[in-house]
Design a protein around this ligand. Structure first.
Ligand SMILES: NC(=O)c1ccc[n+]([C@@H]2O[C@H](COP(=O)([O-])OP(=O)(O)OC[C@H]3O[C@@H](n4cnc5c(N)ncnc54)[C@H](O)[C@@H]3O)[C@@H](O)[C@H]2O)c1
Length: 381
């Protein structure tokens, strides 16, 4: 593993759960080495997460003879180099989202991985929520009708509305590529592509509400005064209209400045004969409307997600309506990854670096649309 921050812990929990929940001994991980630039954190992370060794140099991971799979959980500007090096050393790789700070780098990462024939995954874990995979099945089976007319999705959080939140890499365009659009919007764009198809054109509007933030004080100094301020050059909020290749119309939103919203990821799909609505704040439920022509029984039904839905056989407590959420999305994502490695699936495991690259292209198109104040085409290749 490269990076020992907040998402590293979620990935380790995911790997540890594979043999327990998916029942295959061959999925048992061996945590060989973790690289983390902050040496204190590296030592702590190795001990707490159960790695045999630690290092402050990521090449110790990408070039280790004991490593089959490299898991990149560093800030976005630190994805490209370790991923390319890992691929060059024929390791399988999972890299967190967004894949890169720009689509050119993302494409190079995808092409290198494809050429090497290794298994590659971008960390769009929300695809692997049971309810979302189920929604995809319903759409593919035509349960919403022959045509999908509309897709609307939004990911809202509120920590960025706090002006006292210190400046971090997420507020720096060079390190993050974009703000809320990259951090939260990348998940929404992935869901749009997963559920509906490729996006042809976008029309975006972006805003930065808090333009500078205090730098975090250095904890090793006795004086805990912030050493200055950092300029925020990314979006706090993005809204965009979409036209899909299949003529579906879409609207997406991503913001970390929506007071009261914690992890509100929601989407609605409207087809010619039915609709689906989902919100991660109620992760065990999906609302479905299918038009049976009756006039006296209209309205959405709430379906409780459980053992009869995707990944249902791995539920800890196999009862509909309880116990699923963010952690399961990571466990299911890593299950697809590790099973793909076992079955030597190469580029056949999704969401792959290809998906990561396509999402980076849409992010860029939205940024260009906002700057140029017009609709912008997403490149077909
Ligand atoms: N899929 C999800 O739901 C989800 C959630 C949160 C974060 N993420 C993604 O995960 C990635 C990391 O995010 P995070 O929230 O864990 O960030 P974080 O800032 O908490 O952790 C990143 C860690 O990387 C370390 N690091 C920095 N440079 C390094 C280097 N050269 N070598 C080794 N370690 C280095 C930092 O010291 C830090 O501990 C980002 O791409 C982010 O978008 C995904």
């Amino acid at each position: 593993m490269i990076g020992g921050g907040q998402i590293a812990r979620a990935h380790v929990l995911g790997y540890c759960s594979l043999p327990l929940l998916h029942g295959l001994d061959s999925l048992k991980p061996n945590f060989s080495i973790i690289a983390e630039i902050n040496t204190n954190l590296a030592k702590q992370a190795a001990k707490r997460l159960g790695f045999e060794k630690w290092s402050d140099n990521w090449k110790s991971v990408t070039r280790s003879g004991n490593v089959d799979l490299v898991d990149v959980v560093t800030p976005t500007h630190l994805h490209y180099e370790p991923v390319i090096d890992a691929v060059d050393h024929e390791k399988h790789v999972i890299c967190e989202k967004p894949l890169a700070t720009d689509s050119k780098k993302a494409r190079e990462m995808y092409e290198a991985a494809k050429k090497a024939g290794i298994v590659h995954m971008t960390g769009f874990n929300y695809r692997r929520l049971a309810a979302v995979t189920f929604a995809k099945k319903l759409i593919e089976a035509g349960k919403l009708g022959k045509k999908i007319y509309q897709f609307r999705a939004s990911f809202q959080e509120d920590w960025g509305a706090n002006p006292k939140m210190y400046y971090t890499w997420r507020y720096d365009a060079v390190k993050a590529g974009a703000g809320a659009l990259a951090d939260l919007g990348s998940h929404v764009i992935d869901l749009a592509r997963y559920l509906i198809g490729e996006i042809k054109m976008v029309c975006g509007a972006q805003g930065t509400f808090i333009k500078e933030r205090l730098l975090a004080p250095n904890k090793e100094q006795s004086n805990l005064k912030p050493p200055g301020k950092g300029k925020v050059d990314v979006d706090d909020s993005t809204m965009a209209l979409l036209r899909f290749e299949n003529e579906t119309l879409g609207r997406i939103e991503a913001s970390w400045s929506a007071q009261g919203r914690k992890v509100s990821l929601e989407f609605e799909v409207n087809g010619s004969d039915g609709s689906i609505y989902y919100n991660l704040e109620r992760p065990n439920e999906i609302k479905i409307f299918t038009n049976d022509g009756s006039v006296d029984q209209q309205g959405f039904r709430t379906v409780l997600i459980g053992p009869y839905h995707p990944y249902g056989s791995s539920m800890v407590f196999p009862a509909p309506g309880v116990g699923l959420g963010f952690e399961e999305s990571i466990i299911n994502e890593l299950y697809e990854l590790v099973r793909g490695i076992e079955q030597e699936k190469g580029s056949g495991v999704t969401p792959s670096f290809y998906d990561g690259w396509k999402v980076n292209q849409v992010i860029e198109a939205i940024q260009n649309s906002n700057l140029e104040q017009r609709w912008v085409n997403v490149p077909a290749q």
